[in-house]
Design a protein around this ligand. Structure first.
Ligand SMILES: *Cc1c(COP(=O)(O)O)cnc(C)c1O
Length: 467
């Protein structure tokens, strides 16, 4: 019997939402982020059963524990199967072993980055819920590159949804931009903003914070503030464990995660809390290293965004961090609100020795700069013949340097190397192989509008074109 499952906000003013309402709300109406009121536990026996199960079967088992009893099981199963049938690989997210490290390939979806895993699911989920409620939705999203195209592919052509995606003009890779602007379905709007990704996130927070506007246009969130995204990402930690453990006969594994917005690694943290035997979560960042500074020194202070070889991680304010902070503070919404307030004025938080020790029970971290990223791609290619994209290279670098020799490490491969051909060319002197989905993309018709990084202008744009 599946139990009822309720959701609450980290800020404490919203409680007892159903899964469906939590997905529709996106950002909680009190400005916080939504979390399940209890965390379901997966038993060691269940983990053993996962070894015999396919990706969609494991996904159904895990996701249904979070949807609770208000979601028809047959419908959920069908929705999950449909979401992962779009992946090119029969195993959906295969695990390969290269020179002692496991690579969890999360890039076999339609846009060749791990965000497809969550957004193929979320697109179908929105469609299902809108149908059920006879509603329409306007999705407003900000992207540092990969979320945009993955979200667009998740909802393109869907009847009840328009999607508006902001990306920082000139700051995403040419392929990433083409993957968005060449989708010319009538329900897709690409907005190149004159600003950074953090400007995009700020506009999102402000637009969603205007509750009248949010309600009037039924704004939907696709950024990893949406609980359903985190949920879909929890699945592959369990999947990877079920494939690696039989080969290694190990009690636990470490995971190394190239990190920007803290969504992906937070899913790993949830998996750990559910009972997956994870030793350490290795948080790997590029030079935009606010999160690795937090893990290593308790210093969460915002720096300037610098451009790197891994643009999807060029982020300073990680929107999912609040979810982790809520747990770190012992689920105390009042302290959390205090911290968030002081962060929003000072752009800096410092954590004492005791909290730092608690962080280090679950996490370790490394900053990997440009030179080390290039060296990692080149060196790994020489050793194994395998081509890493620059984001994955940051994670593999950290995985190789920080993992315990007695614990296998799984490195999350978050993008296909062809999405970041320039960095790969620089590292190994040749272009990565071009997958079929990208061939001829430069020649396709494009659609996009340039706009200032101004909340009122973006809102006006949406109002004119809303469903
Ligand atoms: C989004 C992204 C990341 C960062 O993931 P977060 O969930 O934001 O931490 C890493 N690599 C790639 C390729 C991405 O697209």
């Amino acid at each position: 019997m599946r139990q009822s499952m309720r959701y609450m906000s980290t800020r404490g003013q919203v409680r007892d939402l159903s899964f469906k309402d939590a997905v529709m709300m996106g950002l909680a109406n009190d400005g916080g982020l939504l979390l399940p009121q209890q965390i379901p536990a997966i038993s060691p026996e269940q983990l053993l059963e996962y070894r015999q199960m396919s990706y969609p079967q494991i996904a159904f088992d895990i996701i249904s524990r979070f949807t609770g009893d208000d979601f028809d099981a047959a419908d959920l199963k069908e929705l999950i199967e449909r979401s992962y049938a779009t992946f090119e690989h029969p195993e959906v997210t295969p695990v390969v072993k290269k020179d002692g490290v496991y690579i969890l390939e999360l890039f076999h979806g339609p846009t060749l980055a791990f965000k497809d895993v969550a957004l193929q699911f979320l697109g179908n989920l929105f469609e299902y819920l809108l149908e059920e409620r006879d509603e329409k939705m306007n999705i407003l999203g900000a992207t540092s590159g990969d979320t945009g195209s993955a979200a667009i592919y998740g909802v393109r052509g869907k009847e009840r949804i328009n999607i508006f995606i902001m990306y920082p003009h000139g700051k995403v890779s040419p392929i990433q931009e083409l993957q968005m602007t060449t989708v010319t379905d009538a329900n897709v709007f690409n907005l190149a903003i004159r600003g950074t990704f953090d400007d995009g996130q700020r506009i999102i927070k402000e637009a969603f914070g205007d509750l009248d506007f949010k309600a009037k246009y039924n704004l939907g969130a696709v950024n990893s503030i949406n609980w359903a995204r985190v949920l879909a990402q929890i699945v592959y930690y369990f999947y990877a464990f079920s494939r690696v453990q039989p080969q290694e006969d190990c009690d636990q594994v470490d995971f190394s995660v190239p990190t920007g917005n803290f969504g992906d690694i937070f899913a790993g943290y949830m998996a750990k809390r559910m009972g997956l035997p994870i030793g350490k979560l290795i948080l790997a960042t590029n030079e935009n290293n606010i999160l690795s500074r937090f893990v290593l020194n308790g210093d969460y202070s915002v720096g300037n965004v610098v451009e790197t070889l891994s643009p999807s991680m060029d982020i300073q304010i990680a929107s999912n961090f609040e979810r982790y902070l809520f747990y770190l503070l012992g689920e105390d919404s009042e302290s959390l609100c205090g911290l968030m307030e002081s962060f929003s004025s000072s752009k800096s938080l410092q954590f004492d020795e005791q909290l730092q020790a608690k962080v280090r029970e679950d996490f370790t971290a490394l900053t990997v700069d440009k030179a080390a990223t290039i060296e990692q791609i080149s060196d790994f290619h020489q050793r194994t013949g395998y081509v890493l994209d620059p984001h994955t290279a940051v994670g593999v670098r950290a995985g190789e340097q920080l993992s315990d020799p007695d614990i296998p490490v799984v490195c999350l491969a978050t993008a296909h190397p062809a999405k970041f051909g320039e960095a790969v060319q620089q590292a190994i002197g040749q272009d990565p192989e071009m997958p079929a989905s990208l061939q001829g993309i430069e020649e396709r018709e494009k659609r996009c509008d340039l706009i200032n990084a101004d909340t009122e202008q973006v809102k006006a744009y949406l109002v004119e074109r809303a469903r």
